[in-house]
Design a protein around this ligand. Structure first.
Ligand code: AMP
Length: 546
């Protein structure tokens, strides 16, 4: 017997329609690429998204077509999210930080029909246009006045397209499993792979990730996503914002400490989200200038492990609650959040912080398990580390244009190595390919990096395994020092004493001016491993039995 409930498909367009109807005057504020702050409301965004859907139809976009964006976080990008998916096409958010060859590869692989781009990327587009012949038109996301006079005559102007339309457009209703968005993973090995989201997965993820134990969003929230809309949909904020009726604040291209700080303060931002590196930059700026964020209550930190020192600084010195989260592009992206349970509340601060520094427990909808090399399930005892498998309604079961099935018995292998404790908290020990295999045992590079980051002289740290004749691999600590603070190799190695097992202590330290990062802001360990491929560890340390 079926229940007697209405069958309404979960449509992305329903999110912006809801925000317009019931939070119509709630603001959306953007630092525009042209310079000034742009301000309108959910009502204004809905009107313009409908005009844009008409313009796309006029340009020949049909259901299922891929339409690409090369854009920062801003109101026009938001309109594209809704217009493209809402009309039944697929918004392909392209990460402009990828290598040029990868960019051309994914635009061609996705067979994008149109590409919308922010002015910042005009030089990139000029080059791409010669390599991506399948693209029918390139659209500059600005008004005519800001388009260079010598731009190709075929270049279209976003504001002109919208200016020619009215907002008479009814969002179509169709199967909720229809593809809505496409995002390529940065592809550390092999070519990038396209993760294809659906209306259903996107709406369910927006629901779950807004809950109090996740991003804790409400109609009182003022949310500034620092994480880019080209990096897994800014972790879903453009969808959960209208779902709860929050005010959104978009930082555009200005992601330096000063610009972010000013926007946080002027718009009275209450909650945010970003990778650890941007927070390190913001904290550095605040410290230097003796400033505090007066309205920010919490932030989501994920994409890479949150260094303990950063969590302590934000929580203890600035009173900003850190919600450490883990996920991946293939998970839309949120999988777990490290929020406390009721039983943790009266525990000592040090114990609470220990929980908050884990990658967290699953949101409802996400199931996970760890297995050994042979696929046998490992106990959830917080001790056994194994390959992490996940499943759920917003987790990928394949890649766009690829016949292979990445799943194993219905589970998606994350490529992460983790422990899970009895309370369900996940603790990532490594990416499977970054784990340091020393004498048959595994050493967690993340743990060693976190310790180094706690040293006052360390600005950034990476730990990689380098070849060792006896132990296979031994850890090498690669460090960027804070400007003006000196520290020796021996002092850094001594800092590990009592903080980790003796045999885990790195064998050596290499000082560098900067560490390589991937297009999504993570440490590029593969590049680093190549760079230090022939590194000779000091004799006296490497020959010591540990
Ligand atoms: P991406 O698909 O680019 O978002 O990358 C996903 C990967 O980033 C995950 O599989 C993890 O290896 C890593 N990652 C994401 N969040 C965290 C976190 N909180 N701590 C450690 N690693 C993380």
């Amino acid at each position: 017997m079926h229940g007697l409930m209405m069958r309404m498909p979960l449509m992305i367009s329903s999110l912006i329609r809801h925000a317009d109807r019931f939070h119509g005057d709630t603001e959306i504020v953007s630092r525009s690429i042209e310079g000034p702050i742009h301000r309108y409301s959910w009502h204004g965004a809905h009107v313009r998204a409908r005009k844009l859907a008409r313009a796309l139809t006029r340009l020949g976009v049909r259901a299922g077509d891929r339409v690409a964006t090369l854009a920062w976080n801003g109101h026009r990008h938001l309109e594209l999210y809704y217009a493209i998916s809402g009309m039944g096409a697929i918004v392909h958010t392209v990460n402009p930080r990828l290598y040029h060859d990868q960019l051309a590869y994914i635009v061609n692989h996705a067979d994008d029909t149109l590409v919308f781009f922010d002015l910042t990327f005009a030089p990139l587009v000029a080059k791409l246009a010669t390599e991506c012949k399948g693209v029918k038109a390139w659209v500059a996301m600005t008004d005519r006045a800001h388009i260079a006079p010598d731009a190709p005559a075929t270049l279209l102007c976003y504001e002109e397209l919208l200016g020619a339309e009215d907002d008479e457009f009814e969002w179509p209703e169709f199967d909720e499993n229809t593809a809505s968005g496409l995002c390529y993973t940065s592809g550390t090995t092999g070519p990038p792979k396209g993760v294809l989201f659906s209306h259903r997965s996107t709406v369910l993820h927006a629901f779950a990730s807004s809950l109090p134990d996740a991003k804790a969003l409400s109609a009182q929230s003022v949310v500034l996503p620092i994480v880019p809309m080209f990096h897994v949909n800014a972790w879903g904020i453009p969808y959960s914002g209208p779902l709860v009726g929050a005010k959104l604040v978009f930082p555009g291209a200005a992601l330096d400490g000063k610009s972010l700080y000013e926007l946080f303060e002027s718009e009275r931002v209450t909650t945010s989200a970003g990778v650890p590196t941007v927070w390190l930059g913001l904290v550095h700026y605040m410290k230097q200038n003796d400033l505090r964020l007066s309205t920010l209550k919490m932030t989501t930190i994920g994409g890479a492990a949150c260094p303990p020192a950063l969590l302590h600084t934000l929580q203890d010195d600035y009173g900003i609650r850190v919600m450490h989260a883990w996920g991946m592009t293939e998970m839309s992206p949120m999988g777990t959040t490290a929020t406390l349970k009721g039983k943790h509340l009266d525990r000592p601060a040090s114990e609470r912080n220990e929980v908050s520094l884990k990658q967290g427990r699953p949101l409802y909808g996400v199931d996970m398990q760890i297995v050994d090399e042979d696929g046998n399930a490992l106990p959830h005892d917080g001790q056994h580390a194994g390959n992490l498998l996940v499943r759920g309604p917003w987790i990928a079961c394949g890649y766009y244009g690829d016949d292979g099935d990445p799943t194993v018995d219905g589970w998606f292998p994350t490529g992460d190595v983790a422990t899970i404790d009895a309370d369900g908290y996940l603790r990532l020990t490594d990416r499977a390919k970054d784990v340091i295999k020393s004498g048959g045992e595994w050493i967690s590079s993340i743990d060693l990096e976190n310790i180094a980051m706690g040293h006052p002289a360390v600005a950034e740290a990476a730990v990689i395994g380098v070849r060792h004749p006896k132990w296979d691999e031994r850890p090498l600590l690669v460090v960027v020092r804070k400007p003006g603070i000196d520290v020796t190799r021996d002092a850094l190695l001594a800092f590990y004493a009592g903080r980790t097992a003796k045999w885990w202590v790195p064998d050596d330290v290499a000082f560098v001016d900067a560490l390589p990062h991937t297009a999504t802001g993570k440490l590029a360990k593969r590049v680093l491993r190549e760079q230090f491929g022939d590194y000779a560890l000091p004799e006296e340390v490497s020959s010591t039995d540990r």
